[in-house]
Design a protein around this ligand. Structure first.
Ligand code: 13P
Length: 241
């Protein structure tokens, strides 16, 4: 199972000390077969990389520019730059960025540039509450997958993170039956081998007992709870308990 910590726009140099507990845990037997990946803000990527040098915790970025070469794009960072400082993953298409105008075509360009730079892509998809109410979930997810992964031949470096927008930061999660149906739908929308699938949206040490029972899941994308080393470790421990 993969446990991806998305720190969003949180954290400073002091937060690095909180990682000691996680590093210790990652070297213990309790980690089981869990794979830990931290996606801090760009400003902390290199510090996290150095901190995790002697352990198996990986790092990823929360977004990238769509151009795979350097260029005059003030304020942006591309996949090549991320790879060069030690990132192995990048989150693309998070709903918080879709809300700010990133569309599926732009997301597709980002995915392509990330693959070219040999980064693993965590492609976020998910419906809003109003889309859910209008029973549009499946058509939205299909479109996000189809355009987001257009002309991507191999799925081996792709992870799909199903993050219902109405679940992010709200404490609400889909029920097991509902979630399983959607994950099955996502898996089946791929011909051949489907990518690994993560669930994201209000994952915490309390609801993990329910979420871990859901079929078709390869891991979790964790926002708020991942900023606390204790909660993050608890989520991993409980997944295997
Ligand atoms: P929360 O876990 O805070 O709901 O955030 C989920 C998320 O957006 C992860 O990418």
């Amino acid at each position: 199972m993969y446990f991806v910590a998305n720190w969003k726009m949180f954290g400073n140099l002091k937060s690095i000390n909180t990682l000691n507990k996680v590093i210790k845990f990652s070297k213990s037997k309790e980690i089981n077969k869990g794979r830990l990946i931290y996606c801090p803000p760009y400003t902390l990527l290199n510090s996290f990389y150095k901190k995790f040098k002697n352990c198996l915790i990986d790092i990823g970025a929360q977004n990238c520019h769509e151009n795979d070469d350097y260029g005059a794009h003030t304020g942006y960072v591309n996949s090549k730059m991320l790879k060069s400082i030690g990132a192995n993953y990048v989150i693309i298409g998070h709903s918080e960025n879709r809300k700010k105008g990133e569309n599926d075509n732009l997301i597709n360009l980002k995915v392509k540039s990330a693959i070219k730079a040999k980064l693993k892509v965590i492609l976020c998809i998910g419906e809003t509450l109003s889309e859910k109410r209008k029973r549009k979930t499946k058509s939205i997810l299909s479109k996000q997958i189809k355009i987001g992964l257009k002309n991507i031949k191999k799925n081996s470096n792709i992870f799909i993170a199903y993050e219902p927008v109405w679940s992010i930061g709200t404490g609400n999660i889909p029920n097991q039956y509902e979630l399983e149906k959607i994950l099955e739908f996502i898996k089946k929308s791929f011909r051949g081998k489907a990518p690994k699938i993560l669930y994201g949206g209000s994952v915490n040490p309390r609801n993990i007992m329910e979420l871990k029972r859901v079929n078709y899941l390869d891991g979790f994308l964790i926002g708020g709870a991942s900023q606390s080393a204790k909660k993050f470790i608890d989520i991993v421990k409980k997944t295997y308990s």
